[in-house]
Design a protein around this ligand. Structure first.
Ligand SMILES: Nc1nc2c(ncn2[C@@H]2O[C@H](COP(=O)(O)OP(=O)(O)O)[C@@H](O)[C@H]2O)c(=O)[nH]1
Ligand SMILES: [Mg+2]
Length: 319
């Protein structure tokens, strides 16, 4: 089973990739453990482009237009994150319409993923999915997320290049500055340049732009019209410029290493919590002992240290 799945992924078969994503979304699934074992065994890395911005800013339209500007031999995975709230039905339907021209293309794989995070959080499963595309030797993965009020996913952790897209109609620029999106953008895309207000928006963003002190990249601003494709080639050039910048500074894929470290850490915490900490905290014995803290028999810190000691012993005894 696992062999036919990984072979299918290696051969870039759409069915195998779709099936694998479903498997990876459920971390507890036995097959997902076997699959993860295979897909992490690769040195190849797929470039990840993150596109974020509020609903209606034009993310899906832009993706559709961007892809039309790319070589149709390129293997591209597109993941749109379903915000899984009452708005999501409309968003998904909208995405399907906006990106309808992509569904028939053989070099493109499109999939939406839920951000519900029940199986360990979206960041974890999307990281696995990026790894899956790397294993399948895809050239590019584009991740579409909603940047405002969707704190389950932090696109800047996973994407090599982050495009923050906004449109003049919605007073988005203030939102962007307030929501902290200024800090994560490598390129600000002002979409719907055909509408009035885009110049004002550019002015406001320019005023707030800051060079990223971590890597010395100064974020760029560009005005486009995603629906007509106007200046999308310019955006593509800026994106490649950022990619080159990362390559020259040995930073391409560097976020991926940090995220791997963070995800391993989170998985360890989850395991230790489930297997050792929670059974202790939830035991009758511990619950009964809490009154000793309130009546002053033992201090809060001593209680914590005692528990840590017991947990360390449990772990030692097991090994
Ligand atoms: N006027 C104008 N409308 C646009 C432009 N780009 C996209 N739209 C429209 O904006 C709406 C939202 O686009 P969509 O791509 O679904 O936004 P998303 O929610 O960010 O993915 C759609 O009706 C698009 O046709 C543009 O450059 N100008
Ligand atoms: Mg969309």
């Amino acid at each position: 089973m696992i062999d036919s799945l990984t072979n299918g992924v290696k051969n870039q078969e759409e069915y195998a990739i779709a099936k694998s994503i479903t498997v990876l979304e459920d971390e507890s699934n036995d097959l997902s453990v076997s699959l993860r074992k295979e897909i992490y065994k690769t040195n190849s890395q797929t470039y990840v482009l993150g596109i974020t911005g509020s609903p209606g800013a034009g993310k899906s339209t832009l993706i559709s237009s961007l892809v039309n500007h790319l070589d149709n031999q390129m293997k591209i995975g597109i993941i749109s994150i379903d915000p899984s709230n009452k708005y999501s039905g409309g968003a998904l339907l909208g995405d399907r319409i906006r990106m309808s021209n992509l569904f028939t293309k053989k070099n493109i794989f499109i999939r939406s993923m839920s951000n519900r995070g029940i199986f360990g959080g979206l960041n974890k499963s999307i990281f696995d999915v990026v790894q899956l595309f790397s294993f399948a030797k895809y050239d590019l993965v584009i991740v579409e997320t909603i940047g405002v009020g969707q704190n389950e996913i932090d696109i800047s952790e996973i994407a090599d290049t982050v495009l923050v897209i906004s449109a003049p109609e919605s007073g988005d620029s203030i939102q962007i500055i307030k929501a902290g999106l200024m800090e994560i953008a490598d390129i600000y895309v002002i979409n719907k340049a055909d509408l009035s207000g885009s110049d004002k928006m550019e002015f406001l963003l320019k005023d707030n732009i800051q060079t990223n002190t971590k890597n010395n990249w100064t974020p760029r601003i560009i005005k486009i019209q995603a629906n007509s494709g106007k200046n999308v080639d310019g955006l593509l050039e800026l994106t490649l410029e950022h990619k080159d910048f990362l390559t020259q500074n040995n930073q391409l894929f560097s976020r991926r290493k940090l995220l791997l470290q963070k995800n391993i850490r989170e998985s360890v915490i989850k395991k230790v919590t489930n297997n050792y900490i929670d059974p202790k905290i939830q035991s009758k014995e511990f619950k009964d002992s809490i009154k000793n803290v309130t009546c002053g028999k033992i201090s809060f810190d001593e209680t914590v240290n005692n528990l840590v000691h017991e947990i360390e012993k449990d772990i030692k005894n097991e090994n």
